[in-house]
Design a protein around this ligand. Structure first.
Ligand code: BTN
Length: 272
């Protein structure tokens, strides 16, 4: 039963027609069967047309990418793999923290649709019950436009089939398990896209601070002992994020703001 509903194919028309008019006017939704990476398809399309509002989803990715050069396990017909092109009026210096803001948008959209409690592990991993449910990969679409064009890539586990142990290195979950019932991916995609379009529009108008505040309400690491990899690694207690989205770590030498790297919990049985 769960597999049946989650494997209803994605339909571009069904997704577009369930978007509110204002969002439908901005987004062009394209659903592919198998692609390498949906981020790459948006990048290729953006060479010949405006990337703004271009959405590419796929049933399967054969070369899905995660953050920090990792691969993103992307089996067919089970999850959501989605990329959205966006052009900001703001310069890149005002877009710092964008990936955190997108994580907060996803968490709010999914919480509203399925009434589950989601948290965010810095910078932008979506967690349910200390297990990773999804992630965000934001890439710049060339320098030509001053770094204002980006592709926002979103991967959400919906009804993950059995995973070979080497394919995902950390504890993970999927939306069907989190919600405890079957999920049709079409309304999920529409809800996520509507929130992203509204949220990115708001950032373009007002800046990042409101969304970073919303991120803070879901901070999985706050008050916990972490190590952030790097040279040298930073170890201490996570103390939230600053106005650029950097992770604040209280170390034995004082407070340190870390803007890149991977944070892992030091407690046994932690999520990372
Ligand atoms: C992460 O947590 O490491 C980020 C994962 C992002 C995965 C999505 S799936 C759609 C888009 N296409 C990709 O190749 N990656 C992103």
């Amino acid at each position: 039963m769960i597999r049946d509903m989650s494997s209803i194919p994605l339909h571009a028309n069904q997704i577009s027609s369930s978007l509110p008019d204002a969002t439908a006017a901005v987004l062009t939704v394209d659903v592919r069967n198998a692609v390498g990476s949906t981020n790459d398809v948006v990048r290729e399309l953006a060479d010949s047309q405006s990337c703004h509002g271009l959405v590419v989803m796929a049933e399967e990715q054969t070369a899905g990418r995660g953050r920090r050069g990792r691969s993103w396990h992307s089996p067919a017909g089970a999850n959501l793999y989605c990329s959205l092109g966006w052009r900001f009026e703001l310069g890149p210096e005002r877009l710092s923290g964008l990936s955190l803001a997108v994580g907060a948008m996803l968490a709010e959209a999914i919480t509203e649709m399925y009434d589950i409690h989601l948290q965010l592990k810095w910078p932008n991993d979506l967690y349910h019950g200390e297990r990773k449910l999804g992630g965000v990969l934001i890439e710049m679409l060339g320098e030509a436009d001053g770094g204002r064009q980006v592709v926002v890539g979103v991967g959400l586990n919906v009804d993950m089939p059995a995973v070979p142990t080497e394919a995902i290195q950390r504890p993970w979950t999927d939306l069907c398990k989190a919600v405890g019932r079957p999920i049709d991916r079409n309304p999920l995609a529409a809800g996520v896209l509507d929130q992203l379009a509204k949220g990115l529009h708001q950032i373009n108008r007002d800046g990042m601070s409101d969304w970073l505040g919303r991120w803070r309400q879901r901070d999985l690491l706050k008050g916990r002992s972490v190590v952030v990899d790097g040279v040298p690694p930073v170890t201490g207690k996570a103390a939230g994020i600053d106005e650029t989205g950097a992770l604040i770590v209280e170390t034995e030498h004082g407070r340190s703001a870390v803007s890149g790297g991977e944070a892992s919990l030091l407690s046994i049985g932690g999520p990372a």
